[in-house]
Design a protein around this ligand. Structure first.
Ligand code: TYD
Length: 206
């Protein structure tokens, strides 16, 4: 059975995931690969419910919040990720299950238990964990996006989320220092991805 590659971008808010992911996609396409760009929360029904919580997270319990992220991911895996992997594509996802372990872990749930609930989700071949300080993140959200941090982006929360991301030691995780110019961060990302493709012997489709 052919299987594509699953690469997840992870990190606290404001680390530039949604800038870096399309740049990597463009690069991989220029090399002849077939790439699917996707994200969580998705634009599906559960993702929309999650976005409605941004300005008032207190409306649900941490357990209910976890359940929404899990439902959203189940649908994402079934409808988007698995079919693309079966077709041999490279899937780039902006966030995946390490976000749930870190964010819902920071909200008081057990990160190890959260990871254990993900038997349905294919393991990523690579997790690009973009790192920077929570201070840098909050400054970026305010200055560059011109937005006020939402309920998921408050600095005390981000400190806890960052500490959990820092504690993960799974072999698929590669840390990329994100508080650098966009081109430098992208160059680091490409180097890691090219070595993954070489190690897996991934060839471009004819
Ligand atoms: P984000 O990537 O910022 O999406 P958008 O660009 O649509 O705002 O994700 C939204 C927030 O959801 C972010 O603060 C992290 C949080 N989140 C979780 O708490 N758990 C999860 O499992 C995921 C995927 C995201």
């Amino acid at each position: 059975m052919t299987r594509g590659l699953l690469i997840a971008f992870e990190g606290i808010d404001g680390t530039g995931k949604s800038t870096q992911l399309p740049l990597l996609a463009e690069f991989l396409r220029s090399q002849g690969h077939v790439v699917v760009e996707t994200r969580e929360p998705t634009d599906g029904p559960y993702g929309r419910q999650i976005r409605a919580l941004y300005s008032n997270r207190g409306r649900v319990t941490p357990r209910q919040e976890l359940e929404l992220f899990l439902q959203d991911r189940r649908q994402h895996v079934e409808q988007c990720i698995q079919p693309a992997l079966r077709e041999g594509k490279i899937v780039l996802t902006d966030r995946y299950y390490f976000s749930t372990a870190a964010y819902q872990g920071a909200a008081g749930l057990d990160p190890a238990e959260i990871l254990n609930l993900h038997g349905f989700a294919p393991e990523p071949d690579l997790v690009l964990l973009l790192t920077q300080t929570p201070e840098d993140s909050v400054a970026r959200i305010r200055n560059q996006r011109g937005e006020m941090p939402n309920d998921f982006e408050q600095q005390d929360q981000l400190e806890k989320v960052a500490a959990l991301f820092a504690s993960f030691a799974q072999g698929c995780i590669v840390r990329i220092h994100a508080a650098r110019p966009i081109g430098e961060v992208q160059a680091s990302i490409r180097a890691v991805v090219l070595s993954l493709l070489a190690n897996k012997g991934v060839q471009c489709p004819d």
